[in-house]
Design a protein around this ligand. Sequence first.
Ligand code: AMP
Ligand code: MN
Ligand code: MN
Ligand code: MN
Length: 289
Amino acid sequence: MNTNFKNIKVDLHCHSYYSDGECSPAEILTMALANGVEILALTDHDTLVGSLILQDLAKGYPIRIISGVECSVSWQRMELHVVGLNVDPKHTALIHFLQAQEQRRFLRALQISNALSQQGFSDNLLEVIEIAGHYGLSRTHFAKYLVARGAVPDTATAFKKYLGSHAPAYVMSQWASLEETIAVIHQSGGVAVLAHPTHYRLSTAQLKGLIKTFKSFGGKGIEVVSGIMKVKDMNRLIQLARGFGLALSSGSDFHKPRPYRAAIGGQTQIPLQHLPIWADGNLEFCNKE
Ligand code: AMP
Ligand code: MN
Ligand code: MN
Ligand code: MN
C-alpha cells in the first residue's frame, strides 16, 4: 500500500484537441503543473495520440503521467464510457481495437452529417472536419459547427435541439461491447474504470446491475468523482464502489477552461479516509524516474 500518494492532487480523466477538447497536450501539462497536479492521465475519446504526446512532453517535469483513453461502449442500447488507465499504447490488440473504434466513429459522423443535411444543413462534413482538425469526429464538433452557423446559441442547445438522444440528428452508435473493451484494456496492461456513472441516468438498481456486470468482465474501478460533484453524490458512489470491491478513481473531465467547471485537477476531492486508485497498488506509473 502506497499511502504517500494519498494526499496529492491528481487528474485521471481529461481531454485535449486530439478528441473533443480545446487544448493541446502542452497546454494541459502547463495547467496541470500550475495547479499542482502530481499524477495526470489524458484520456481522449478512443485515441491515445494526445496521451502519447503528453508522455513525451512531461519528461523531466515533477509530474507522473499515466497513459489513458476513454473508450465508447455500447451496452444494452446505451452508450457508456470506460476509461483505460496505464495501458500500453504499443499493444497490437489495443491499436486494432482503437482503429475499429475510429472507423465506427467516422461511420457515425457520416450518418450524423446526413441527418443534419435533412435538417437543412447541407455540405456540413468538411466544415465539421475543419473544426475538429482531424477525422475523429465527436458530436461536440457537430455542435460547434451548429453554433458557428448561428443555428443555436451554444453547444448545450445544439445537443438538445439536434444531437442528443431523442433529437433529430441523433444516431445510435455501434461501439465496442463492454466485455471486449474491458478485455483489451487488461490485455494491454491497463486498468478499466467505469467513467462518470451518474451521467447514464440509471436507477440505483440499474446502476448496481451495470457495476456487477462491469466487475464480472474484469473492470477494476469506478470514477467516484467526475468534475465538480455534490458530496452526497460522491459519497453514494464511494459506498457503491466499496460495496463491490472496486477501486476509487477521480478526474475533472476537463475539455476547455470554463467558469464553474473543474479545471485540470480541480475536481472534488475524494475524502482522505478512502484509499484512491493511485494509492492502492492498482496503477503503475509510466514516466517514473
Ligand atoms: P461523442 O463521443 O461523439 O458521442 O460525444 C460525446 C461528447 O459530447 C461528450 O464526451 C461530451 O464532451 C459532449 N456532450 C455530451 N452531451 C453533451 C451536452 N448535453 N452538452 C454539451 N456537450 C455534451
Ligand atoms: Mn467529450
Ligand atoms: Mn465521457
Ligand atoms: Mn470524458
